[in-house]
Design a protein around this ligand. Structure first.
Ligand code: PMP
Length: 427
């Protein structure tokens, strides 16, 4: 029956919708950081960057159930929950970031953020970072420079997209302490674009370098790049879709790690714990500038059901102190992964913060030759051992660790034991 369902899937889906695993388990239910397949096999979910509260959260399902029974409707109507959700988002952000648009996904949020910048500045050019992913709608796809997620990214890049180097302190152009040069170089590029007569409408990046498997940006990076962007009249866009909502452990928002305040913030994924919900939060004058040129309406964005989901997620994150848990369990997990790195030469580095970690596999610690095939095989083997995990980065040689934020130390230790087993006995 499993093989037959996979065949039917392959029949109705294009290959671009392929699964990571050769034989994907059919997941039927989950609780906290566990998943269970149709055969009753239990897995540790180390991959899920959406379900921050964990699977099967009762407060969330109760809230959804109650609201669905009462009312769900087109977001054009007036109801309290959408106002409350917007207020809670604005209160979690620095003063001034208090005008909220509710959408259904990260791609839509990034698309709208770009439109806000275009409308406010009357310009078209945008500066993005190499090896980034921001979504698949037209505008968000254009600024998604990662070839792993989109092999055609370079060929299809429109002329208004300009890029600066991926601020990768492990294997980029500037490594270790030299990574401090990325900021001034990006600032210079922005000034250069302005001098050429194409000052950017916006600079966009994740405030924590996600696609590389979770690396903090070099100290001062956003401060330098934001200053350069503002000096030429552009807006600073922070894509918090993956890194916001406490995952980094140290702060609720990723940009707080860099001590900056963006002009536009995009959020999704964690915001709905798997329910389609996203937002763009900006300053009033930016939103109003858009009013004169653009249009906004999202049928289901911030609907009554979506809004109660958004509120229940924020309540649970607060009541269960999940950001603190991400810091505690993430710190513990990172230490344990560093121990593994002492014993297994394949581990080139352990990146990350809180429960956004990356284990980068290399064939050689000097040349940093990416262990791409090994990483794929390790993920397959981990799945056999009951851990769901997938590779990331443009070289697909990093284990991207983004479990639900309710992960326990025991869960983290279970993952480390499985990885140790695979690295010791082979994949
Ligand atoms: N921005 C970032 C940083 C993302 O990681 C993603 C999704 N991986 C998106 C935007 C797009 O979000 P969605 O898949 O909800 O459209």
């Amino acid at each position: 029956a499993e093989a037959e369902l996979l065949e039917r899937r392959a029949h109705f889906f294009a290959t671009v919708q392929e699964h990571y695993f050769e034989e994907p388990p059919r997941i039927e239910r989950g609780w906290r950081h566990h998943l269970v397949d149709t055969r009753g096999r239990v897995y540790l979910d180390m991959l899920n960057n959406v379900t921050v509260l964990g699977h099967g959260h009762p407060a969330l399902s109760d809230a959804v159930h109650r609201q669905w029974r009462r009312l769900n409707t087109n977001s054009r109507f007036h109801y309290a929950s959408v106002v409350e959700l917007s207020e809670r988002l604005a209160r979690s952000l620095p003063d001034g970031l208090d005008t909220v648009f509710l959408v259904n996904s990260g791609s839509e949020a990034v698309d709208l953020a770009l439109r806000l910048a275009w409308a406010t500045t009357g310009r078209r050019d945008v500066v993005a970072v190499e090896e980034a992913y921001h979504g698949w709608t037209y505008a968000s796809d254009a600024v998604s420079t990662s070839i792993a997620d989109n092999p055609g990214a370079l060929a299809s890049r429109p002329p208004w997209v300009h890029t600066v180097a991926a601020p990768n302190s492990y294997r980029g152009r500037h490594r270790g302490a030299e990574a401090r040069r990325y900021g001034p170089e990006a600032a210079e590029r922005i000034a250069e674009l302005a001098a050429r007569g194409t000052p950017p409408a916006a600079f966009l990046c994740e405030p924590f370098y996600g696609n590389a498997g979770g690396m903090p940006l070099p100290d001062g990076y956003l401060e330098q790049v934001y200053a350069a962007t503002r000096a030429v009249g552009g807006l600073c866009l922070a894509d918090e879709v993956q890194v916001g909502y406490g995952r980094l452990g140290t702060h609720f928002w990723g940009f707080e790690q860099q001590g900056v305040v963006p002009d536009v913030v995009t959020v999704a994924k964690a915001m709905g714990n798997g329910h389609p919900l996203g937002a763009v939060i900006t300053r009033r004058e930016i939103a109003e500038a858009y009013r004169s040129q653009g249009y906004f309406f999202s049928s289901a964005g911030g609907s009554p059901v979506s809004s109660v989901v958004g509120l229940a997620v924020l309540d649970a994150l607060r009541d269960e102190e999940l950001q603190a848990n991400a810091r505690d369990v993430g710190g513990h997990l990172k230490n344990r992964l560093h121990e593994l790195a002492h014993r297994h030469g394949l581990i080139g580095a352990v990146h990350g913060s809180g429960l956004y970690l990356g284990v980068e596999f290399v064939r050689d610690r000097t040349t940093l030759e990416p262990a791409t095939e090994e990483t794929a095989a390790i993920c397959e083997r981990l799945r056999e051992l009951g851990v769901i995990m997938q590779p990331t980065s443009d070289r697909q040689c990093v284990l991207k660790i983004k479990p639900p934020l309710c992960l326990t130390r025991d869960g983290a230790d279970g993952f480390v034991a499985a990885l140790d087993d695979v690295l010791t006995h082979g994949w």
